[in-house]
Design a protein around this ligand. Structure first.
Ligand code: SAH
Ligand code: SF4
Length: 436
């Protein structure tokens, strides 16, 4: 989500005539797009800002901007902490960057953190990839997970209209993009703020309906979406993913904990049993689907036995990838004020143990690719070996292969290549291309 915001803001800066500087410390304008999901992400911002603030003292023409979730969370107090700042802007204001910079040019110090209706995106993002693009479908989050800062910094859910989303995808296809990832903090909530009921009495706009609506955009070869919330993941959605050929067989469904009491304390609104049923259903319809998730260890009050249930669930399900984090108390979240916080050494120990399990699980899951032929979308050149291209399987596995075809021509980014997998590692694959 942050990366998508950064690409949009970079696009606005380019349209205003800015060009990328050689280095961070040479630029006339520096914008940090920040993350506050955990404390260590937030602390990084302050160390970067320290260096820039120092530069500004000898170079008053330098424009300093902090965007994103730290900006939203800290607002005015960021100016008190770093008075050299020109602009502090929350994530809902990303599309307004040009207007805000005009106010800065007029000599103001600007803080833009008020709740804002996100304008339909008229700017063109400066995308890092020419092959894969992000498309926002819903902003914000209406859940109230007790550990999470996202609802307070990204605000209420705002869905884009299906027509606007499709139009953006058609534009991307015309520019040669082949893979689209639809984005939302809680993408299953898509459409619940939009009006409309079907004759059968269902909500008219759901993620499933959106997938059907955008599936036929010509030129787009692959569609993905993230992030899914187990509470809203429906059978209808699973069926749509199985039935629509462009929908890739990879699902990112965070479960956060393998223990029902911890899930209740997190206010996640589902049980481990429900999570298992979703996974079973996915595997019934798409036996080879890859699965990834997020988990938090050392949530306040988590006992050793509860933590072990998280390990057991990882073992039982066999994930292709799990993002792990130790609980980090965040401002304005209920769990941060509880008095059953766990000590740092427990966090470090649990994280280390779970990461070892995740690596083993990923390696075991990857073993199934050995000797198989997979469709890989070439995304770019392998920076470590220019004779190779890299891309991903439909199941989202990073794969390296020779850029040369059997008859001596070269594959290029954007090609769909059949690759025979010769080598499997924990988090990537290598193979031989078979197309002519
Ligand atoms: N909307 C997504 C996740 C958004 S945040 C969902 O509901 O799953 C991305 C991940 O960061 C979360 O899945 C969670 O695992 C982690 N996270 C969020 N807040 C955290 C905190 N306070 N401490 C540690 N990890 C956290
Ligand atoms: Fe945070 Fe995700 Fe929960 Fe929303 S659903 S509060 S983004 S963890």
């Amino acid at each position: 989500m942050n990366k998508a915001d950064s690409e949009r803001m970079a696009g606005i800066l380019e349209s205003m005539g800015y060009r990328e500087a050689g280095a961070e410390l040479d630029a006339d304008l520096v914008l940090y797009n920040t993350c506050t999901i955990r404390d260590n992400a937030e602390q990084k911002v302050y160390s970067y800002l320290g260096r820039q603030a120092q530069r500004k003292r000898s170079n008053p023409n330098l424009t300093l901007v902090v965007a994103g979730c730290v900006a939203q969370q800290e607002g005015e107090s960021l100016l008190r902490r770093v008075p050299e700042l020109d602009l502090v802007m929350g994530p809902q204001h990303a599309n307004r960057l040009e207007t805000l910079l005009t106010q800065v040019d007029a000599g103001q110090q600007v803080v833009a953190t008020e709740e804002h209706h996100i304008l339909e995106d008229l700017t063109t993002a400066r995308r890092d990839s020419a092959i894969c693009a992000w498309v926002n479908v819903i902003y914000g989050c209406n859940e109230r997970c007790t550990y999470c800062v996202v609802p307070s910094v990204r605000g209420k859910e705002q869905s884009r209209l299906p027509e606007a989303i499709k139009l953006e995808m058609e534009g991307l296809a015309a520019q040669g993009f082949k893979e689209i990832t639809l984005l939302g903090q809680n993408i299953d909530a898509y459409g619940r703020d939009l009006p409309g009921i079907t004759p059968e009495g269902r909500r008219q706009h759901t993620l499933t309906d959106l997938l059907h609506h955008v599936h036929d955009v010509e030129g787009v070869e692959r569609i993905r979406f993230a992030t899914s919330h187990p509470r809203y993941f429906t059978e209808r959605l699973i069926d749509a993913c199985a039935d629509l050929p462009k929908l890739c067989e990879h699902f990112h469904i965070p479960f956060q904990s393998g223990d029902n009491d911890v899930l209740r304390a997190m206010a996640r609104g589902y049980t481990v049993e429900r999570y298992r049923r979703i996974i079973d259903r996915i595997r019934e319809r798409m036996p080879d689907a890859s699965l990834s998730a997020d988990v938090i260890v050392a949530f306040p009050g988590e006992t050793d036995a509860q933590y072990r249930r998280t390990l057991d669930l990882i073992e039982e399900i066999g994930f292709d990838q799990v993002n792990t984090a130790a609980y980090s108390p965040r401002p304005n979240t209920p769990a941060a004020d509880w008095d059953n916080q766990l000590p740092e050494d427990v966090k470090v120990e649990r994280l280390k143990e779970i990461n070892a399990l995740v690596e083993r699980s990923a390696r075991e899951r990857n073993a199934r690719y050995a000797g198989r032929t997979e469709e890989v979308l070439a995304e770019g050149i392998n920076p470590k070996d220019p004779s190779q291209l890299m891309g991903r399987t439909r199941t989202n596995r990073l794969t390296f292969f020779s850029a040369e075809t059997v008859d001596g021509r070269r594959f290029k980014p954007g090609d769909l290549v059949q690759v025979r997998i010769d080598e499997v590692r924990s988090f990537s694959l290598s193979g031989t291309p078979l197309n002519r």
